[in-house]
Design a protein around this ligand. Structure first.
Ligand code: 5GP
Length: 110
């Protein structure tokens, strides 16, 4: 499904884009800033993305931090989360970082 967003076949509110990554707003935001950052290339989860190498995970994380700056939460604080597998609640099998901020985030998460 996120491949279709990357291809522009499903609409999304885009925040930032590079050749290999795309950042767009989560459909069901859990915080004032809730942006997803994906590799355009398909990888099922962050473990597969890390294994793919070629600096793609580095680029995705750099993009996540750029999103935080663009959203104005880099000073107040933000969280970058990769849900991985069923117990973590991963529902979309395409690697994605959640960038969350704009309010005090509880820890540990529920
Ligand atoms: P996960 O639970 O896999 O870590 O996160 C998937 C996220 O994708 C959820 O927060 C969900 O709200 C979001 N999401 C699911 N489908 C869509 C969609 O079609 N568009 C957008 N923008 N977000 C989506």
């Amino acid at each position: 499904m996120f491949c279709a967003i990357a291809a522009g076949q499903i609409p999304a509110t885009r925040v930032l884009e590079s050749d290999r990554t795309l950042a767009f707003r989560d459909l069901n935001p859990q915080a004032p800033t809730h942006v997803l950052v994906i590799p355009k290339e398909h990888h099922a989860d962050v473990a597969a993305l890390a294994k793919a190498g070629a600096g793609l995970l580095d680029e995705l994380l750099a993009q996540a931090h750029e999103v935080a700056r663009a959203e104005g939460v880099s000073e107040t604080g933000y969280r970058v989360v990769f849900n991985t597998g069923a117990d973590a609640g991963q529902t979309v099998p395409h690697a994605h970082a959640h960038v969350l901020g704009g309010r005090a985030l509880t820890w540990p998460p529920g």
